[in-house]
Design a binder for this molecule. Structure first.
Ligand code: DAH
Length: 340
């Protein structure tokens, strides 16, 4: 039996040396190492041997098998190397061809929109001020005149990071940060950035989205300054001569509060699906900074006044470009992104 084993091993090794293709290599593998291969058969026949010969033969057969497996792997590697060399030297791969060009990317529609907004407000003297996306409960709510248990907190569905820490639900907490940094100077800033809400995602709502907040603090700042600023912004951003309207509203951090609407740019006020037949589109929440908020920022409300506003970014972009699903902004579909 041992002699037979040596013979099979010898034969296998010499035939492996002349194998020249992957196909033949596989045939070789099946013949010697496969399920019904010669060596496998021999290992299976250990049971037929007298008991005292079994251990020595079993060991020898296993060794032979391992040796052949190694030889097989070496030959496979060799063949692959040869193939690659042959291809490189003049076969199917021309290494002198230029590579496939990777085209330059371009700015995301959201970034483009943000930059348009920055440019318009820069012309009106507003600086960009960035604040963190992870905020304390105190800044996101408390210092904006919403102590714990204030029912107005229900207007913002919130992701909690840990107790007392939230993913900011709006850019308004940046107002407090800006005031505390600039006090006692006058302020004119916009605060752009990502906000998060625990929302059911749909064509109209995402759980992440951008806002741009505006804040002006100074002496004798009035509602007319706010209206003028929003009007100028709307005219330049949306274009056209559509009318603007201000409605009384409620936000805990402004008093009085308003919402600004622009005449629907799609139907020019006649009423359509986008404006829900009202002829108007909401563009911003706004108001005069609440005295408590001014005080929390370090300003004496008997001497200082200010206005603030907050607007979205994706929704205005949707209106401008006729995009009907906010989820496209985060879907990473190049067919969508390349259009802008
Ligand atoms: N923070 C508000 C929101 O996310 C938007 C807003 C309303 C911002 C009025 C303001 C403001 O600065 O004055 O719904």
């Amino acid at each position: 039996m041992l002699d037979e084993l040596r013979q099979v091993e010898e034969e296998a090794r010499s035939s492996l040396r002349v194998v020249q293709s992957g196909e033949n290599l596989e045939i070789w593998r099946r013949r010697y190492l496969g399920k019904n291969g010669a060596l496998t058969e021999m290992l299976r026949s250990v049971g037929d041997l007298p008991k005292d010969e079994r251990p020595a033969f079993g060991r020898a057969a296993n060794e032979a098998k391992r040796g052949l497996e190694e030889a097989f792997q070496r030959r496979a590697d060799e063949l692959e190397r040869q193939d690659t060399e042959r291809e490189l030297r003049g076969g199917s791969v021309d290494v002198t061809l230029p590579g496939r060009p990777i085209g330059p990317g371009h700015l995301h529609i959201t970034t483009q929109t943000l930059r348009q907004i920055y440019a318009i407000f820069a012309d009106m003297g507003f600086q960009v001020y960035e604040a963190p996306e992870v905020e304390t409960d105190e800044l996101n709510f408390g210092l904006l005149n919403m102590p714990p248990d204030h029912p107005a907190r229900d207007m913002w569905d919130t992701f909690w990071v840990e107790e007392g820490v939230v993913m900011r639900t709006h850019t308004s907490p940046g107002q407090i940060r800006a005031m505390r940094e600039y006090c006692p100077e006058p302020i004119r800033v916009i605060l752009p950035g990502k906000c998060y809400r625990y929302e059911q995602v749909s064509a109209r709502s995402e759980h992440q989205f951008y806002q741009v907040e505006g804040l002006a603090v100074g002496h004798d700042i009035r509602m007319t300054d706010l209206i003028g600023t929003l009007t100028e912004f709307a005219r330049r951003f949306y274009g056209g001569v559509g009318r603007l309207r201000m409605r009384g509203s409620y936000f805990p951090f402004t008093e009085p509060s308003i919402e600004a609407d622009i005449e629907c740019i799609l139907c020019e006020g006649l009423g359509c699906r986008v404006c829900k037949n009202s002829g108007w589109l909401e563009i911003a929440g706004a108001g005069m900074v609440h005295p408590v908020v001014l005080e929390n920022g370090g300003y004496d409300p008997t001497e200082w006044s200010g206005f603030a506003f907050g607007t979205g970014v994706e929704r205005p972009a949707m209106l401008k470009h006729g995009i009907d699903d906010i989820r496209l902004f985060y879907g990473n579909d190049l067919r969508f992104l390349r259009q802008f």
